[in-house]
Design a protein around this ligand. Structure first.
Ligand SMILES: [Zn+2]
Length: 319
């Protein structure tokens, strides 16, 4: 591959995750992830202007409430900060495509991804599906282009698709976290959303990393249920799944280059083990080679800035 091809990354294929937190008067840096913040209202506006200027096209938005409740009902309130942010972006930055996270773990006191009846310790499946559907519909009303269920609840896509259609949002699409492995790589993310389970773990609904067949079956099921884009999460340790899913189903596929992967790049760069930029290009190339159409990555803003620099150098050479 030529040097030029190696350096050209299409920003249409990148999705930049953004965290908005209700009630902040300033942006909170995430200690484990240099360059990543939980944004306040004012900070969000500045960040959007910066991302717009960089040419970022796609945003994946996560909401963090001021207070958590047992059932997490803030998650589907029409006027919660996430829904407000979606409407704001659609009104003032219509060039961005909005992907919004549909889950409960940042909103529930117990930190699990679904509804647990008071006094119990098990998820209620039906109640979880209807809560996820309500969240998705509230985000569609706010203006989301893609709703992105990440709870790993069985038949989450079917329930949400039916809910969206019933509410008149046929044009709103679903990017589903079809295959979300119970991974050690999520450590830094849980610090962002303060969403670690207070008891038990997520192994009952996230996938065992040894189970390839279960992963592929889940992807197939979610495509049939109406997922427009399927997702594999995390990326690096699961490129075999990305490759096989792409070969087998030929559906639009996203890979989530997760918080722990990002933190490793940053830590190594700080130690002088590698050039951050060179390593990020190598990683992005591996995701694409495996078959990813979209890459959700915290590096997206840096990549966009490197692209601008690269293009400026190119045009200086031509002149
Ligand atoms: Zn969750």
């Amino acid at each position: 591959m030529s040097e030029e091809n190696k350096k050209k990354i299409y920003l249409e294929s990148l999705i930049y995750p953004l965290f908005v937190k209700q009630g902040l008067s300033f942006d909170e840096p995430v200690e484990s992830m240099p360059g990543v913040f939980r944004y306040s209202l004012a900070g969000l506006k500045d960040k959007l202007t910066q991302l717009n200027n960089l040419g970022i096209k796609n945003l994946l938005l996560f909401g963090i409430p001021q207070e958590k409740t047992w059932q997490g009902e803030t998650a589907w309130q029409a006027n919660n900060f996430l829904n407000w942010a979606i409407s704001f972006i659609k009104a003032y930055y219509p060039g961005f495509k909005i992907f919004s996270d549909v889950c409960l773990c940042a909103y529930t006191q117990h930190g699990h991804c679904g509804i647990i009846p008071q006094g119990q310790s098990q998820l209620d499946r039906e109640a979880t599906l209807s809560a996820l559907t309500e969240i998705a519909v509230s985000q569609a009303k706010a203006g989301a282009d893609f709703v992105c269920p990440s709870a790993m609840a069985r038949h989450q896509v079917k329930a949400i698709r039916q809910g969206l259609d019933r509410a008149g949002f046929r044009e709103v699409k679903i990017m589903s976290y079809s295959v979300k492995f119970a991974s050690n790589f999520y450590g830094p993310f849980r610090q962002i959303a303060d969403s670690s389970p207070r008891f038990g773990d997520r192994k009952a609904y996230q996938l065992d990393y040894q189970c390839k067949e279960v992963a592929l079956a889940r992807i197939e099921q979610e495509i049939q249920e109406g997922a427009e884009i399927i997702m594999v999460k995390p990326g690096l340790a699961y490129l075999d799944i990305v490759y096989q899913a792409k070969e087998k189903f030929k559906a639009p596929l996203a890979v989530y280059n997760v918080s722990g992967e990002y933190a490793l790049v940053k830590l190594g760069a700080k130690q002088g083990f590698w050039s951050e930029q060179e390593l990020v290009y190598e990683l992005i190339a591996s995701f694409k080679r495996a078959g990813a159409d979209y890459i959700i990555t915290y590096h997206a803003a840096d990549i966009a800035a490197w692209q601008i620099k690269y293009e400026q150098q190119e045009s200086a050479i031509i002149q």
